[in-house]
Design a protein around this ligand. Structure first.
Ligand SMILES: *Cc1c(COP(=O)(O)O)cnc(C)c1O
Length: 454
């Protein structure tokens, strides 16, 4: 353990404390999660109906009700390359700037060479596919972090990788594509001319900006046509959130070392994987009655699945090829406005997290892009790290909670997940600096906004 400075500004764990198990929240949910349904028959989808798309080891994890699943040493050793365990850093200067008595800590997943938390599951998914004999993984990516993570993971386990990247992100972030290609992946802007569904979508709307739903449909179409390929998803599904729980397990140990328990755990939500990753190990304690924390999931107001969507069975993709999942959704045909937080443009939310929001264990809030960028700018000037636009959603709400603590003079402990850095998202920040974002209110932005909870 290293705690640097009298104020514990940074807490590191030694490499051999990389968790040895993933935590599966499914057996602990207060209300059991309804099963996925077969897209054609609408009957509960068993492993057989999914095995064309996903490899069998991952399907077993997807359906598992075991609380702890052992992490193979081959995966733990790649976690070392991804700079695990990641540090917890105290945002001292941000606290001073906000004049808050609260302590603000963040788990910094951007320390990975991939720039985000996505490698935690990409490595596991590539590993099990390699074991099962898959020769190529096909996937979609929004902002590009997931595609980057899977591209490296395929390279490590000697498989091919093909990525359909939503066109809006593809055009906004050319360096992401180059990075994926450096790692050896083949990248197509989606909708593409590679698939029947892509061609159909382009015919209806030639300037289609793409959506994660469309890109997923393209990836699955390719997999259904090629028995040696499997599909891989970067969020939403149980096994993905499962793999991410190493974040929260590390965080629990790190806060224990300085004798702190979080009063608030905050993360942004695209599909729910970085939220589940940091929060589920703490939620386990809360459900057991040994921890009093609030859990806040932050979504963009442009994609308000929790705060304005409905809880229903919906497809994971636009074409309706995936099983129907029970989740909060704005509808599988939703095309998001091209906000810069590409990782948050997905129409649905993880079934396990949806169930926790429904049973009010987790609160959901939504925030505007403009305020998010202002928070990101403030943070990078005070703490030196430029947050990914996605992560800046969590940051903004952490700042608001700290502001409430100032007003009430409460010395709370706030933990948020800095899921990635924004060094490949500078185009979005550039537009913000140039005053080109269209959702900015007139006049200076402050952080006094009161949180509205769903
Ligand atoms: C993908 C991504 C997200 C959103 O996805 P989740 O599955 O909800 O975590 C958030 N932050 C970063 C940096 C991402 O890459």
């Amino acid at each position: 353990m290293t705690v640097f400075g009298t104020n514990a500004v940074r807490i590191d764990l030694p490499v051999d404390e990389i968790p040895k198990y993933w935590y599966n929240i499914m057996p602990d949910l207060p209300e059991p999660c309804p099963p996925p349904l077969d897209p054609k028959t609408k009957a509960p989808a068993g492993p057989e109906s999914l095995s064309k798309i996903f490899t069998k080891s991952l399907l077993a994890q997807e359906m598992s009700t075991e609380r702890f699943i052992k992490i193979p040493e081959e995966i733990r050793s790649v976690y070392v390359n991804l700079s695990r365990p990641s540090p917890i850093i105290r945002a001292k200067r941000l606290e001073e700037y906000l004049k808050t008595p609260a302590e603000i800590y963040f788990k910094y997943e951007g320390i990975s060479p991939l720039g985000s938390h996505k490698g935690n599951t990409a490595v596991a998914q590539a590993y099990y596919n390699m074991i099962d004999g898959t020769q190529r993984l096909v996937t979609e990516t929004g902002a590009g972090q997931w595609g980057t993570a899977l591209a490296l993971s395929c390279s490590l386990f000697k498989m091919k990788c093909r990525v359909f990247m939503t066109r809006a992100s593809h055009d906004q972030k050319p360096y992401r594509r180059m990075l994926m290609e450096m790692y050896g992946a083949e990248v197509f802007a989606s909708p593409s001319k590679e698939t029947t569904f892509g061609r159909k979508t382009l015919k209806e709307r030639p300037d289609h900006p793409g959506s994660l739903g469309v890109a997923i449909s393209e990836a699955i179409e390719v997999v259904l046509d090629d028995p040696l390929s499997k599909y891989s998803l970067g969020s939403v599904l149980n096994h993905v959130l499962l793999h991410q729980t190493i974040i929260g397990q590390e965080a629990k140990k790190q806060l224990d070392l300085i004798d702190r328990k979080p009063d608030y755990v905050i993360a942004c939500v695209g599909g729910g994987s970085n939220f589940g990753g940091i929060a589920y190990p703490f939620i386990q304690d809360k459900l057991k009655g040994s921890l009093e924390s609030e859990f806040i999931a932050v979504e963009p107001s442009a994609v308000p699945s929790f705060t304005k969507g409905t809880y229903a069975y919906d497809f994971g993709d636009t074409a309706g090829l995936t099983p129907l999942l029970p989740m909060y959704t704005v509808g599988h045909e939703f095309v998001s406005p091209p906000i810069h937080a590409g990782g948050l443009r997905y129409h649905g939310k993880a079934p396990s997290l949806s169930s926790l929001v429904k049973s009010k264990v987790v609160k959901a809030v939504s925030v505007n892009q403009c305020e998010v960028f202002e928070a990101g700018k403030t943070f990078c000037r005070l703490e030196g790290i430029l947050p990914a636009p996605e992560s800046a959603h969590a940051l903004l709400v952490a700042m608001r909670v700290a502001e409430e603590c100032r007003k009430k003079n409460e010395k709370k402990v706030i933990l948020f997940n800095m899921s990635g850095h924004g060094l490949l998202d500078l185009g979005g920040y550039g537009e913000y600096l140039a005053g080109k974002l269209n959702d900015c209110p007139p006049g200076p932005i402050d952080f006094q906004g009161v949180m509205k909870c769903a």
